[in-house]
Design a protein around this ligand. Structure first.
Ligand code: MBD
Ligand code: FE
Length: 285
């Protein structure tokens, strides 16, 4: 495949993410944060805005353009997309400072709960695609002391070989390339899937327009999204990337880490195989 064929639309992607966020997110309530803390954080954010205005001698037309753009992000339902692409990585890096076990990465806007449960050795449901490269991803979920965690769940969601996610692209069937894999007694799993493509932020929505206006690029490297859960352990939200992949060193979402790069090898039949193990720290009491 070539990445230039990829023409995701904002309507099919970013906007659906808003509906999904409202329906499913464990969203925080502003009232749960003490007023002093709200004031401290918002004051710091506004200071950053005020300082940028002074530093760059911002004009009235630019201020009005910014307002119009902010309105368009809301009207297009792209706040989850924008926040996850440009802000979530900083939150993830901050919370990671007090965590051990497998490195995490951002959740992103395209997680859907309650997907099909699959046995430890399984194939992710997906549409037939003669151009897709088969990928087998196996591994083990373990405690930090090395004990395999049977009955853990490895939730996986990914784009197809054209860079589209089911639930956020109208042409794909529900549940495409999504599943909840349950590990065997030793914590092992083996998932047959296809190689995902790099992901392009839709260029026809406000987030894409900002990227274009700033002269940035809209790409994320190809990745698998993973959410590992085991009873009594802290869940791990992460992403796995592919060695040598395009955009690995310039992810628009700044969500790559060197520890999260797979290096699948062709087994001689055209199937690429790779292993990755997950280590979960105990849940905090
Ligand atoms: C994605 O697929 C993604 O993983 C993130 C973080 C943002 C937009 C699209
Ligand atoms: Fe993604």
């Amino acid at each position: 495949m070539t990445t230039t064929q990829n023409t995701p639309t904002a309507a099919g992607a970013g906007a659906n993410a808003s509906k999904n966020f409202k329906a499913t997110a464990a969203s925080g309530d502003l009232a749960d944060t003490p007023p002093e803390r709200v004031a401290a954080i918002v004051t710091a954010v506004l200071k950053g805005v005020h300082d940028a205005i002074a530093e760059h001698d911002v004009t009235y037309p630019e201020f009005q353009a910014a307002k119009g753009w902010l309105m368009a992000v809301g009207e297009g339902g792209e706040w989850p997309l924008f926040m996850d692409v440009f802000v979530e990585h900083a939150v993830e890096e901050q919370v990671a400072k007090s965590q051990s076990g497998t490195k995490g990465s951002i959740l992103g806007p395209y997680y859907l709960p309650d997907q099909t449960r699959l046995e430890s050795v399984c194939e992710l449901p997906h549409q037939d695609d003669p151009n897709a490269t088969p990928l087998v991803f196996d591994g083990q979920v373990r405690d930090i002391d090395g004990t395999g965690l049977g009955g853990a769940t490895v939730e996986i969601w990914q784009s197809d070989a054209d860079g589209y996610y089911s639930g956020f692209a109208e042409h794909l069937p529900e549940g495409n390339l999504r599943g909840v894999v349950v590990t065997d007694d030793e914590g092992r799993f083996s998932i047959t899937t296809i190689q995902p493509a790099p992901y392009q932020i839709p260029t026809d929505g406000p987030t894409g327009q900002l990227i274009e206006a700033a002269g940035w690029h809209p790409w994320r490297p190809a990745h698998l999204h993973i959410l590992v859960k085991a009873e009594g352990h802290r869940p791990i939200t992460t992403q796995l990337y592919f060695a040598g992949g395009e955009w690995l060193d310039s992810d628009v979402a700044e969500a790559t880490k060197p520890e999260l790069i797979l290096d699948p090898q062709d087994d001689g039949t055209g199937t690429r195989r790779t292993t990755y193990d997950f280590e979960l720290e105990p849940a905090k009491a």
